[in-house]
Ligand binder design. Structure first.
Ligand code: GLN
Length: 266
């Protein structure tokens, strides 16, 4: 229903603009005049470049799946891509406040976030997995969630790993949750014995485990999630343009090609 209202609104706006033959009174309008962006002529992406292979720094440049997807969307819309790196925590507020156009950060669609921002179609699947030391007594998700369990779980603050373990473990009296600002910091805490395991998305988990000796990912999956781009609820014309572009890139195989380049190749 929300989608329907939105597309009705958008076409009403396009129609009324066509009828008066003029651009909207305020905002930064793109060349075709049918949407506005945070910075004229640019698509500004908010991300946290500490989430390989979706976004990470390589020789000082932000690269990865999300960066390439944003570049492909920007290209379709005739915009230049600008990427703003920030704490994962700050992305939703930045999008809400209209300071960036698109939050692309391996971000999972959750009901709470949907109250703050609109999500585009999903472009990838994420899985919350558990990283442990090779000799860990924790062998499955069930060990973590068992009655009487009492583990210290490391997570990245305000991610779904944090949200789910806070409910299932901390609030259920089955252990405590230690929150870190970066996934890699939580993994270091595991390495140094400060936490018993780390709950995090599967692809960064693989990247972190590859870099730190003596760790492994448990085979049992905790939660399966959909990644999407977060956008402001106050800019339906831009939402429509971005969502349409993304859907086209999914349909023509571009997105799968980008994902394969980073994930299936190694
Ligand atoms: N998918 C997780 C979430 O949305 C983690 C994202 C991230 O750390 N960049 O909360």
């Amino acid at each position: 229903m929300k989608k329907l209202i939105m597309s009705l609104l958008t076409s009403a706006m396009v129609l009324s603009m066509a009828a008066c033959g003029s651009a909207p009174a305020s905002g930064n309008t793109d060349q075709s005049g049918d949407f506005t962006t945070a910075v004229a002529g640019k698509l500004t992406m908010a991300t946290n470049a500490a989430f390989p292979p979706y976004e990470y720094l390589e020789s000082g440049e932000i690269t990865g799946i999300d960066a390439e997807i944003a570049a492909a969307i920007a290209d379709k819309l005739g915009l230049e891509l600008q990427i703003d790196d920030m704490e994962f925590d700050s992305i939703t507020e930045t999008i809400k406040g209209g300071k960036a156009d698109i939050g692309l950060a391996g971000m999972t669609i959750t009901p709470d976030r949907q109250e703050e921002v609109d999500f585009t179609v999903s472009y990838a699947t994420g899985i919350q997995v558990i990283i442990v030391t090779e000799d860990s007594a924790i062998t499955s998700v069930d060990d973590l969630l068992a009655e009487g369990a009492n583990h210290v779980v490391g997570v990245q603050r305000n991610t779904t790993g944090d949200i789910f373990t806070t409910g299932d473990i901390e609030e259920a009296g089955k252990g405590t949750v230690d929150r870190y600002s970066k996934g890699a910091d939580a993994v270091q805490a595991l390495k140094t014995g400060k936490v018993d395991c780390v709950v995090i998305d599967n692809e960064p988990a693989k990247a972190f485990v590859a870099e730190v000796e003596g760790l492994k990912i448990l085979e049992t999956e905790y939660v399966i999630e959909d990644y999407a781009a977060a956008m402001s609820k106050d800019n339906p014309a831009l939402y429509e343009a971005v969502n349409t572009a993304l859907q086209e890139l999914i349909d023509d195989g571009t997105i799968q090609g980008i994902i394969d380049k980073y994930i299936n190749a190694n």
